[in-house]
Structure formats: C-alpha cells, structure tokens
Design a protein around this ligand. Structure first.
Ligand code: PEP
Ligand code: MG
Length: 920
C-alpha cells in the first residue's frame, strides 16, 4: 500500500532531508533533525501527494489517508504519553504547512489544537496554571477562527476582528498590555471569540478534537491556493503542482512561565554573512510572537543571562547543523520549562551580500567546495552588489541639517529613496504609475507581499531582524529598516509622526538598510563598492571588502565556465566598462546606434535622401571617417579581443524625422524642400517595417553602404594594428535567410578587406559571419555555414519571427499570456526553449555539420538571462553576449550552467545513493 504519512520522534524518523519533494522542506528537516538525535517533539508529516489528492477529491481527505493519519495519531499519543481529547491529560498538537520550497508565512498554521471546554480543564489540572491554559485556548480559538472559519479583516485599513475584541476587553478592564489579562479575562475572551464565530458563520465552534484536526488539515491544504500563496509562487517560480505537506506535531510551550520561551535564529548573520549566531527570542511567549513583530524580541546573546544552559545547547546545535548541512541554517526553537526543543530548521534566506560572503567563507572553512559555493549564488543576486548606495556627503549633510528622523534595525542593506505610502495596495498602485515608494507599515504580514515587491524599500515600526518584513525584504533584495519604534503610524489618516514631526503620504523619505537610519527627504545615491573599484576606479580594491569577495566568486566562475562572455556595446566607454566587468569580446556592435552620435545623423540623412548613386557615395564618404573613428576607439579598448560589428540593420525611415516641424527644420538645414523630405518619408513607409526593407536587404540593394561600413571597420583595424595593438574584427551580416544573401555581402566585405590591407600595407585576421535571426536562416544553417565563419543568434528577431509576435507590439497581450501561463515566462526575456530553442539547436547541429569549427554565439537580449545562458550552454554555443552591466551575472550563470549540468561522476553518484539509503 502506498505510504502517505511519515512519523518522526524519539531519535528516529521514517523520512529524511532528501525527501523534500514528498515531505516538504519542514517535514523533511524535522525528520532529519530527529534522525540525528536533536531534541525534536514527535509528530508526523502528511505528504505533498495528499495535497494533490485533496484537490482531486473535491477538497476532502480520502478515507485511506484518514485511516493512516489516525494510526499515526495513536503512535503520537503513545510517544507523548497523552491522549488526544483526553480530559485529564490532553495531547495538543500544532498543524503547520510545509511546501518543497520555503514560503515564509504564506500558508496557515494552527497551534494548541485539541483544546475544548473539557480538555482545557485537564491542562489546568496538569500545569496548575489556569492563566497559561486559557491563554493557549484563546490563541487556538483565534487562529482556528481566522484560518479555518475565515474571520479576517475585510478592508485594507481594518483591524483583525479578534484583535478588536481583545482591545475592547482591555478597554473595559482599563489595562494596556495583553500580559495584564487574567485567567478569567482570557476565559471570557474565549467565550466572546466563540460568540463572534457563531454570529458570523452560524455554526458553533467545533468541540470535537478530531473534527478540529480534519478542519485544520483541510484548511492547510486549502491555503495552498490562497491569494498570497499564489502571488508568492508566481514571484518565485514555484509550480502549483508541488503542493504542500502538513505537519502534525506535539505542542511544546514557550509560554509556560519565565523559564520558557521561544526564538528564531540563523546560524550566521543573514544580512551581512558574518559568522555570528544571529537571532532573537522572547521569554514566556508562544509561536509566532517573535516573527509577527508584536513584541520586540531580544538578541540571542541575551539568552546567556536568561537561560545559560539552553544558550550553550543552542550554540552546540548551531555548529552541529552547519556541519551536517554544510550551510547557513534558519532555526526555530522553544524552551519549555528549561528544556530546549527544535521546531524547525531549513537553509536560511540571506541577502545577496550574505549569500556571497557565506559561500566564500565556507570554502575557506573547508565546509564546501568552490563548485558548491558557485551553485549557491543565484546570478541575479550579484545585482544587489552592483546597486547604488547613498552618497556619503549628501547623507552627512542631511543628518547635520537635522533630517535624521529615527533609527531602526538594519534589516535589508542598501539605500532607498522614495515617497511614503502606508499600505500595500497603494504601494502597488503608485509604483505602477512610475513613482518610487517606501512602504511604511506598523508591521508587515504575508498579505503585503505584492506591495513589498513594488516598493524601493520597506520601513516598519515593530518587529526584529527576523520579522516578516525583514525576512521577505532580504529575500527580495529590498532595502529594509525594521522595528523603528519611534514611528507612530496612523493608517486611517495616512500620516506618521516621528519625534515631533508629521509626515504624510507622498512625502519623500530615505532609508539606509545598512545602518538602520531613516532620513527625511530625498538623498542622492551613488555607485556601489564594486562599481567604484571597477568602473570609476575611485576606490582601492584593498579597502573594499565587498569587492574582494565579489572578485573571488568571479575568479571561481571563470575557472568553471565553458561559455565565453562577450558584451553588446557600440561605444568605447561602454566597451571599457564591459571589459572591467570581465567581458572577453564584443558580441554585437550595432553600427546604426553610432549614426545617432555627434555629427553623424546629418550625413546619414543626406545618404538616405540622395537620389542618385553619386549623391549617395558623397554622403557615405562623409560617414566613413566618423565610423572609422568609432571603430578605432573600440578596437583600442578591446585590445585584440574579438569584436563583432554588424552592418546596418534597421529600416531607413528610422533615421528620418516624422513630425512636420522636424521635417521642416531638416529641410532648411539641408537646403532642400520640405515636400521632398515628406515625400521620401512617405515612400519609405512600410506596413510591417520589421519584416520589410531592413537587415542585409539594405546592403544588397545599396551595396555601397556595406562597402563603406566594411572599409571603416578594416581601415580602423589597420590603423590600430599600426599602433601596435592587436585587433579581432568580425563582420556580421544581419537578417540572413538565404545563403545567397550572405554570399553577396560576404564577397563585398572580403574584397574590401583585401583592398584595405593592400592599401595600408598591414595584414590582420578577420571573420565574416551572420546572425541567425529568422527561421529560414536556422533551417538552412547547413547551407549558410558554407559561407559563414560564425553564427550569432539574434534571439530578439528569432523570437518575434518564430512566434509571429511583434517585439514592439507584444506588450498588450504578452503579460496576460504569461499570467495565464500560456508562456511560462516572457519569451523576449527568457528563451522559449521548446520553440525558438529547437530552431537554435537545429541551426547549431546543421551549422557544425558543414563547418565543424564554426564559432557560435548569441547576441539577443537573452544573452544576459541566466536560464537562457544555461540553454546556450546546453546546446553547445561558444559564447553569450549581453549588456555590460550584466557581464558578471553572465559569468556566474555560465559557470553554474556548466556545474549544474555536469555529467555525474561515479563517486558522486555512489555517495548520493549511500546517503539516500542511510536511514531506510
Ligand atoms: C536580435 O534580433 O536578437 C538582435 C540582437 O538584433 P536587434 O535587436 O538589433 O534586432
Ligand atoms: Mg535582430
């Protein structure tokens, strides 16, 4: 019979950490911790497969699974020595979700399940603590009422209905803090909560523990499809089909008095990556109190005073876990009357800074290999290292000028400036219309996820370094200042006061997530440390620790990648930036971009407006020295690295003005009639310019343009070579669909090259090749390769022509297409592997068949996208080319593609199967 439920506890477990797909992250790690002898309260995991069954059975739990759960419940009763629903000594359990990938706070949790009017008496008798028992009961009814029975706030500015009842009660009693509520007050709250539930749902609160259990398990499975879980999955590419597991576990109590407590911690600093135990705890508190930000918790170091034994034990566990998992872990623990329990461990989320630092440090500590370190850093995380910081002088001036409003916790490093908004709906709406916003909340909750994503930065009044705001902001790479208790926020009026100043919605504010400072007004940002070292060359690398770590990772990436990384650049300064970032060549120089530069658009327009070949040649002669200068500048910077220069590509009308006012001005400037310009623009009009007179078609009809461009390239190459600098020109013909198109252009280019070498008395090597960017080019790649010495995939055009989707007009429907999952990703951002990708694969095979040594690359925008880079690696391209600022990301992505797709060696396979078989 198929197994759906896995037990853990008492030093053994039916599952282990390799079973994440089946048991979810939480379940697999609870099993692992139990298996290695850490103190884990016993329990069982209902597998993710049941989630699927639940939805297939019209949201019910199949009878067979129910029976298996009941059997495991018996086992749990035995392990705990208590009975579920036993009025004398009741077993209480927690019910928690746990998907394959961690989705913090996105799904539902219920604690203290099993309490009712009878069992609460048993809990009182057992603990002699009626206040504690009613506090548990009150929390249980509140959570169950919210999660299972649906009593939640309706509008964005509403407060929670249960919190409203608590506030009312406190008001009646004339008390301020929850901790001043007596056992009788809490008992009364339970009654009021139940009445509110009856009032809203028409049903009594379920007293039968089994009924409570089925309701809770069902609602955890149900929460897989709640709005915030769906939004989160979209954001992090988590497939709906994965489902969640449900963990049912013996309750342990952090709220049993002063010798009890609860906390969360990271085995290293999740913000900076420093090797320090980093966490928070609260004594006499339960469950979500620490992360919910309701009370500001204490730093973990203080636990040494509060409970030295538990602190020492935790320090030990911290090292055991890091060694066992060889990673930075995120843990949850509870101390019940001086006894420590581990409730969760998972690989800890971290900032990009921390991810990189921890990976590098762990290589130094010999915990992991270089390869493993590379696998752990997501290429896009490098973006965070390239992001701006505040200009220190401006920030100093702002602080000296009295604009420092307050200081909170430095929860998500970086600098952000934006306008104040007080809820997520507004944050999203403002960001949509192009405003930069700082989302400012008393505390955030999982409902705020979309607003947090839309904001530049997040500021909260409550909560610690591990609060929801802090965790999620770090994961998203958002700047975050949390727990800034000086802020008094009034959601209703959309204002906040801080140290006597009042700021309203829309006011500018700046937050420094590295120091925790909150500053009034705008502050200019400046380039990151990496940019200061590499691009501005204004910072000594020895004084730049972040840069040093970055450089180490880049060096390792370079050692493991097989793809070369080039850049798309049209100017010497862009090329220099790209080289500083590690580019090994230029994969695409769009010559037409140069025509918009200083002094060039005039002769270009003259060329287009020319009536005769003679006139056109006169205009081209003016363009020649200008282009030659540009190319020479690039060759010098690139110093012998390959430089792919593409002949003119866009339709000519793009170079002429379309407004009457501009056309008249041009006519006056050129001394020709306005009518003539108007008539020429009209004659160049095309219904589908992208499929019209562009690409190699221009050079075939006007060969003199190709000749001029080839001459500019080769004369620049000759001049650079004469200066003693090596050159690597590669002339690329765009939009080729037929080998004869390429042959025509190739002949011109080669004739020009030979002529220039003879004239200048120098020789240099050069290549002639083509873009593969229309389907016919890919299909006939074997023929085209008989002429082309290289192919560069123009995946922008190849995507538009393969999909029949105009890259300029796709905006209207492509987003909804992605939302509807017709395409999983925007195919103009990430290569559509099944469509466009198959054409690329075919072209690679056919091209290599004709010319085995053919050079293959990509220069469409996809060349900077990690998933597309992986695909390029898989089909065997030689290089990818991307924008200069994405070069570091491409280097890392290429290394990861090589490592993650390396054929498994015999030894690693054997090690894996040994591990998998260890406990079964
Ligand atoms: C392409 O089509 O992918 C390409 C690089 O060329 P362009 O974007 O200039 O058309
Ligand atoms: Mg193109």
């Amino acid at each position: 019979m198929k197994k759906y439920v896995y037990f853990f506890g008492g030093g053994a477990a039916e599952g282990d950490m390799t079973m994440k797909n089946l048991l979810g992250g939480k379940g697999a790690n609870l099993a692992e911790m139990a298996g290695i002898g850490l103190p884990v309260p016993p329990g069982f995991t209902v597998s993710t497969e049941v989630c699927d069954l639940y939805y297939k059975s019209r949201k019910t739990i199949p009878a067979g699974v129910k029976a298996e759960i009941e059997k495991n419940l018996k086992k749990l009763e035995k392990a705990a020595g208590q009975g579920f629903g036993d009025p004398k000594d009741p077993l209480l359990v927690s019910i928690r979700s746990g998907a394959r990938a961690s989705m913090p706070g996105m799904m539902d949790t219920i604690l203290n399940l099993g309490l009712n009017e009878k069992t609460v008496a048993g809990l009182i008798a057992k603990t002699s603590n009626p206040r504690f028992a009613y506090d548990c009961y009150r929390r249980f009814v509140q959570m169950y009422g919210d999660v299972v029975l649906g009593l939640k706030p309706v509008n964005k500015d509403d407060i929670d209905p249960f919190e409203a009842i608590i506030e009312q009660k406190k008001h009646e009693m004339g008390i301020e803090s929850d901790t001043d509520l007596s056992a009788d007050d809490l008992k009364d709250l339970v009654a009021r909560f139940k009445a509110a539930i009856k009032n809203k749902t028409g049903h009594d609160f379920p007293e039968d523990p089994m009924k409570q259990l089925w309701g809770a398990i069902g609602s955890v499975f149900g929460s897989w499809m709640n709005e915030r879980a769906i939004a989160y999955r979209k954001l992090y590419d988590i497939p709906e089909s994965w489902g969640t597991a449900v963990n049912v576990q013996l309750m342990v109590f952090g709220n049993m008095g002063r010798d009890s407590g609860t906390g969360v911690a990271f085995t290293r600093d999740a913000a900076t990556g420093a090797d320090t135990f980093y966490g928070e705890y609260l004594m006499n508190a339960q469950g979500e109190d620490v992360v919910a930000g309701i009370r500001t918790p204490l730093p973990i170091a203080d636990l040494k005073k509060d409970d030295p034994k538990a602190h020492a034990q935790l320090e030990k566990i911290r090292h055991i876990l890091e060694k066992h998992y060889a990673d930075m872990m995120d843990i949850e623990f509870t101390i019940q009357q001086g006894k420590l329990y581990m409730l969760q461990c998972r690989v800890g989320k971290r900032t990009a800074f921390a991810a990189i630092k921890i990976a590098v440090d762990m290589v130094d500590e010999k915990l992991i290999s270089e390869k493993e370190a590379l696998k752990r850093i997501e290429p896009d995380q490098l973006n965070q290292l390239l992001r701006p910081i505040f200009d220190p002088a401006e920030k100093d001036a702002a602080i000296k000028g009295g604009r420092l409003l307050a200081k909170g916790l430095n929860a998500g490093p970086g600098a952000a400036t934006g306008r104040l908004v007080f809820n997520s709906v507004d944050a999203e709406a403002w960001a949509k219309r192009g405003e930069k916003v700082i989302l400012t909340r008393i505390e955030t909750s999982p409902e705020d996820i979309k607003g947090m994503n839309a904001a530049e930065g997040i500021l909260t009044a409550r909560g610690g370094m591990t609060s929801h705001a802090a965790l999620v902001a770090r994961q998203m790479g958002r700047v975050c200042v949390a727990g800034c208790s000086e802020l008094a926020i009034d959601y209703g009026r959309h204002v906040m006061t801080v140290n006597g100043k009042t700021l309203k919605e829309g006011d500018w504010i700046s937050i420094d997530g590295t120091t925790g400072q909150v500053i009034e007004g705008k502050i200019q940002t400046k380039p990151s440390e990496v940019l200061q070292v590499l691009i501005e060359k204004s910072l000594d690398p020895k004084k730049a620790p972040v840069y040093q770590t970055f450089a180490k990772v880049m060096a390792w990436a370079d050692a493991h990648r097989t793809l070369r990384i080039r850049t798309n650049a049209d100017q010497p300064d862009q090329s220099a930036n790209a080289v500083a970032f590690g580019a090994e060549g230029i994969g695409l120089c769009r010559t037409e971009h140069m025509f918009f530069g200083e002094g060039k658009i005039g002769p270009m327009r003259e060329m287009i407006l020319a009536d005769t070949l003679e006139q056109r040649k006169i205009a081209l002669a003016k363009l020649l020295p200008l282009q030659r200068k540009d190319f020479a500048g690039i060759f010098e910077v690139m110093a012998g690295r390959p430089v792919t220069i593409r002949t003119i590509d866009p339709p000519l009308h793009e170079f002429l003005p379309h407004e009457e006012k501009d056309q008249r001005a041009l006519a006056a400037e050129m001394g020709i009639s306005y009518e003539k310009i108007k008539e020429r623009v009209a004659s160049l009009h095309e219904f589908n310019p992208m499929l019209g007179f562009r690409g190699c078609r221009l050079g075939i009809i006007y060969p003199e343009i190709t000749e001029m461009q080839a001459r500019a390239v080769f004369e620049a190459a000759a001049a650079t070579k004469k200066k003693g600098i090596d050159v690597g020109p590669e002339v690329m013909i765009p939009l080729v669909g037929h080998v004869k198109e390429l042959a025509h252009q190739e002949k011109l280019v080669r004739q020009t090259a030979e002529a220039v070498m003879k004239e200048q008395g120098v020789t240099f090597k050069y290549l002639v090749g083509t873009m593969i960017e229309i389907p016919r080019g890919a299909i006939t790649a074997d023929e085209i390769a008989s002429v082309a010495e290289f192919f560069s995939f123009g995946t922008n055009d190849l995507t538009q022509t393969t999909l029949g989707v105009s890259r300029d007009d796709a905006g209207r429907f492509l987003r909804p297409y992605v939302d509807k999952e017709i395409y999983a990703k925007d195919p103009f951002e990430v290569i559509d592997r099944d469509g466009v990708g198959q054409l690329m694969r075919m072209a690679v095979e056919r091209g290599r068949k004709t010319r085995p040594g053919i050079k293959l690359g990509i220069c469409g925008e996809h060349g900077g996208d990690p998933s597309s880079i992986e695909f390029c690696h898989l089909i065997g391209l030689n290089y990818v080319s991307c924008s200069p600022f994405r070069v570091p990301i491409a280097r890392l992505a290429a290394a990861r593609a090589a490592l993650l797709n390396a054929p498994e060696t015999k030894t690693s396979k054997a090690a894996k199967s040994k591990k998998a078989g260890r406990k079964r």
